[in-house]
Design a protein. Structure first.
Length: 103
């Protein structure tokens, strides 16, 4: 029942508005408001895009840094493994030499 009354009221308002029209000043105000809203939405979208771009750049920089750190750590681990292998080889050679000399 309330919906029917509300619909009837809105219909009367709409018909009155259509029949009488709106003033040029009202039209200009509505156009200015629409333009302002459009500008605000555009600026907001631009700012959001800029923020996302900046975040993506930062994430890329962080990933590059992490990649370099991992590469450096792998190089150090490889160097340590080489040093350990050289030390083991030297120890084996000394042991073999000592065994030969003992005979």
């Amino acid at each position: 029942m309330l919906n029917i009354k509300l619909l009837g009221f809105l219909s009367v308002v709409f018909v009155t508005f259509v029949v009488t029209g709106c003033s040029d000043e009202s039209k200009q105000t509505m156009q200015d408001s629409a333009s302002s809203i459009s500008d605000t939405v555009s600026e907001s979208a631009k700012n959001t895009g800029d923020a996302l771009s900046s975040a993506a750049d930062s994430a890329g920089d962080m990933a590059d840094h992490a990649g370099h750190s991992i590469e450096a750590a792998a190089d150090r681990a490889g160097d340590m493994a080489d040093d350990a292998a050289d030390s083991a080889k030297d120890a084996a050679t000394k042991t073999a030499d000592s065994a030969k000399n003992a005979m």
